[in-house]
Design a protein. Structure first.
Length: 430
């Protein structure tokens, strides 16, 4: 009676007191009510980006639930709770954190028990995100294909949107740029305002925002820098309009990358600085590490070699995953070359190419080969006693002076870069 009176007292403002009720019932023998209000309070915490609070409440609800006898109802509720706790865990500990993979792996097993249910797509997507950010593109590809197969059987836009994005994102990292653009444009075309409600299920990332900003990156590589800039701005404006800090952070990542690739180093740094500030404010660990790396690349892009190299090196030490490590290693190698540390640059390129082969992440492969060619020419020029690195055109004009071994090796690197860029239709790199 006391419990009923407590709820009745709040009346129509009950939703404003979920945390109080969760606290009360969590210390009472009424386990069912405790689970309910901890779940509701956790969902509210996610909505206001209080991720640490959300994790605490949702984890407590899950622990209480697992003390109850296993029934079909308990299995279904466990799936709801794991889908709810996955996004805040990804935000605070990183998309590829082991605990995130454990939650989505368990959620997948629960889906198998429950049969053909709509939750299979967000579960597979969450597990796909864990694999792709962790650098396992092969495992991620299988999950993306499974998402699309299941979504295609239903023909529901709400399921096809994340499936097309997952397929397109995998293609992007593998350097299949045309396929990436087509798949992500399909996701964007299907998206309607009612699909904003899907955001909490997909790592708390708005699916249109991520489709737009990843499309922007693909467009730059394909040779459409203005379209890339426009798509990136659309992504950022939508995330800001919807007041979604996690999605804003994501949009800042790709806006900074696109502007850096376009040669707009100062603008790229502004986005990177905003990214670091927002990630710090909300405790977004993966984005904070990425932002540190990105700030370093923008400094290198602005000829601030020494500081840029230091920041990228520091970022790589704290960056916990392989995804896009090749990209940042390429910028680090460029910084080393400009700072006259050629051997360090070539060692960095070797590591980047090792990761290309290990992870099959080929988006930046052509650029890595081009940088290797530049560093090889620089090594040859230094062998002639030149104190500073000549521009590429000047180095190539010294054909009779550059040692033939370095010249031939550099030529192979440039031809390899061109061949890869042409195969990928990466006209900007070509």
């Amino acid at each position: 009676r006391t419990d009923h009176g407590l709820e009745a007292r709040y009346g129509t403002t009950l939703h404003e007191h979920y945390s109080d009720l969760a606290h009360h019932y969590g210390r009472s023998p009424n386990t069912e009510k405790a689970i309910t209000y901890l779940h509701l309070a956790g969902q509210q915490a996610v909505q206001r980006s209080a991720h640490t609070e959300a994790i605490s409440q949702l984890t407590e609800a899950l622990e209480l639930l697992l003390t109850r006898p296993e029934t079909p109802e308990r299995v279904a509720y466990e799936l709801q709770l794991r889908l709810a706790v996955g996004p805040p865990l990804a935000a605070t500990q990183g998309f590829a954190a082991p605990v995130v993979g454990q939650h989505y792996t368990r959620a997948r097993a629960l889906c198998a028990q429950l049969g053909d249910i709509p939750q299979r797509i967000p579960v597979l997507w969450g597990l796909w995100d864990f694999y792709v950010v962790g650098g396992d593109l092969s495992g991620a590809q299988a999950l993306a294909d499974e998402c699309l197969e299941i979504a295609g059987q239903t023909d529901e836009a709400g399921l096809l949107i994340p499936a097309h994005f997952a397929v397109g994102d995998n293609c992007l990292w593998r350097g299949e740029l045309v396929r990436a653009r087509v798949a992500m444009e399909q996701s964007i075309t299907l998206y309607q305002p009612q699909h904003h409600a899907l955001t909490p299920l997909y790592a708390n990332l708005n699916l249109k925002v991520v489709s737009l900003d990843h499309t922007a990156l693909a467009l730059w590589f394909l040779g459409y820098p203005e379209q890339a800039r426009t798509r990136g701005q659309e992504a950022l404006h939508l995330a800001q309009e919807l007041d979604l800090p996690f999605s804003v952070t994501d949009a800042l990542v790709w806006a900074s990358m696109v502007h850096g690739e376009r040669g707009d180093g100062h603008v790229a740094q502004e986005y990177a600085d905003a990214l670091v500030a927002l990630a710090n404010e909300h405790g977004f660990s993966w984005y904070l590490a990425f932002g540190t790396l990105q700030r370093g690349t923008t400094l290198i892009a602005q000829a601030q070699w020494a500081e840029g190299v230091v920041q990228v090196r520091h970022g790589l030490e704290t960056y916990p995953v392989d995804l896009l490590r090749t990209y940042h290693l390429a910028w680090l190698a460029t910084g080393y070359g400009e700072a006259e540390q050629v051997e360090a640059g070539l060692a960095t390129v070797t590591e980047a190419l090792r990761l290309v082969d290990k992870n099959d992440e080929r988006l930046y492969e052509a650029e890595v080969w081009r940088i290797k060619g530049e560093l090889t020419l620089q090594l040859g020029a230094r062998g002639l006693g030149l104190e500073t690195r000549p521009p590429s055109s000047q180095a190539l004009s010294l054909k009779s002076q550059v040692p033939s071994g370095e010249e031939r090796e550099a030529e192979k690197c440039f031809l390899k870069a061109i061949e890869i860029a042409q195969r990928q239709q990466a006209k900007s790199l070509e």
